[in-house]
Design a protein around this ligand. Sequence first.
Ligand code: NFS
Ligand code: SF4
Length: 648
Amino acid sequence: MSVTDGNGRRTRRLTINEDAQAMLEEARREGIETAWDRLAAQEPQCGYCVLGVSCRNCAMGPCRIDPFGEGPQKGVCGADADVIVARNLGRMIAGGASAHSDHGRDILEVFAAAALGEAPAYRLADDTKLRKLAEDIGVEVDGRGIEEIAVSVADALFEDYGSRRDRLALTARVPAPRRERWDQVSISPRGIDRENVEMMHRTHMGVDNDHVNILLHALRTSLSDGWGGSMVATELSDVLFGTPKPVVSEVNLGVLRHDQVNIALHGHNPVLSDTIVQAASDPELLDLARSYGATGINLVGLCCTGNELLMRRGVPMAGNHLMQELALITGALEAMVVDYQCIMPSVTDVAKCYHTKVISTADKAKFPGATHISFDPRRGLEIGKQIVRLAVETYPDRNPERVRIPVEPVRWMGGFSVEAILGALGGTPTPLVEAIKSGAIRGAVGVVGCNNPKIPQDFAHVELTRRLIEHDVLVVVTGCAAVANGKAGQMLPESAAMAGPGLRSVCEALGIPPVLHMGSCVDNSRILVLAAALADALGVDIDQLPLAGAAPEWYSEKAVSIGAYVVASGITTVLGVQPPIFGSPHVVELLTAGLEEVVGARFAVEPDPVRAAILIRRHIEAKRQALGLAHLDPAAIEEVPLATSPVR
Ligand code: NFS
Ligand code: SF4
């Protein structure tokens, strides 16, 4: 679709995707407000908050520090910019770590119920994974039945949430030198809930008044997410629903169907959505759909629930974070089923303009204006069917004249669990290690995180990734970054043609894409496991590996927690959106330089994906040099024009 009018030029600056551009124009025509409009209405955003120097942690405040040094330099309690910025960042990390970890606990509860035979819709689908997990965390497996092992694993992981351990059981997977490093600075995570509660305690007025001490605990809190709550979510989802294997599917709004009942599954937790997948093939419900003139029931994903379903079931993906409102504007959705996290409160407002029902399902995540169907895993399938039935019964209300499905879908590949990656390599990390050693692959980068309307949607993800693969850097993706790359056609085996010669030859030999989809955001824990396997294979610590992380378009507290645990695990990470820390030069110095001494990695902030790619490639070559591997002169890495650019 070519867009030439004034609105068109504007929408092209908001997103690189044709489907989003078309829907934004439709939104303008229909007078429907989206996140981009609301961002414009918020501008200019509060400068104190942008810098992180405002505090409302108590009723003596709110307080703010004047960044120009002319106004107040202390809050009423005496907190200076360093303390206020560190406390705010600590609370952001606790917010994100809590979100992931509470999601992990929800899965753990269903897993425990399944182990006890109390949740008939669920079974222990992957006993190999369960046995491996049990062994890793020190649960006896020999001579025991699978349910018995599962009950013990559940008990051990519930303990990880508590206060009785001096380190999380799952940290047994951390390479020994890394664990020692954490112990030296007292940041080994002890209990998942404990670290989060302690973070909230320390940031209460008058507790931890040392910004360095606050930030160290913030790292510990994030580690309780990466090697704790998120890892629990990933591991147990694999046990319950199967460990992902490579699968080809489709992505973008073109996955919606004119002739079928369309149901979008949005949020993060696969426990409910998996029963909906079962329910959607129920013959009675399919008959009901046909009786209304539909040819079938079409499930599509959004955000990380979508990633979970893609990875294990091959369910097509409608889009990432900034597509949630635009998917409704197609007029083609009978229902948007939501669980929790990253679901804009605005979806019920947009849905009101159409026949679409928003169905909320988590008692901890209610949406005024939505139909609430409380999900109870003990009656999983029954509730799944109830939801699908409601969607089917909404189909006759669709107005075909208002349906706009603007593009054809793009094919993409998902399903790269660590097991699947090692499987493609013949069962061991050795071929990957050898490819890195020889320099065919320079290193690997995790490109992760969200969309943020402050950045043209998907531009930074796609541009950064393309610049890395063109220079033989393997990219692994999760969350909304994965969806961005999928839409751009960078995630098929034939996309290897976009890669540099070394990476291309490895991908072609293995039949894999140069950009590997490792799952949802909790599945960043898979990246940690892969990094640990590489470090162990080379006999080094993670921070010595030619790896990096990037969150080019992050928006959420969860993304901050991810960035923090990735850095604390030894992987330098580049953020594309400015975090609220620049009001404290000391905090900035610590996070972007001082951390190097503490954990062997640091943060960088670089909004320009071209420059971010250079920074990352220099970092990778420097790590190669330190390992004694063939390397380029980091200083010689400069900006080069791309063979192909994502901006059309
Ligand atoms: Ni991650 Fe997934 Fe997307 Fe960001 Fe939200 S959906 S958990 S937080 S916006 S990547
Ligand atoms: Fe102000 Fe201190 Fe209270 Fe924060 S904690 S609002 S800086 S008095």
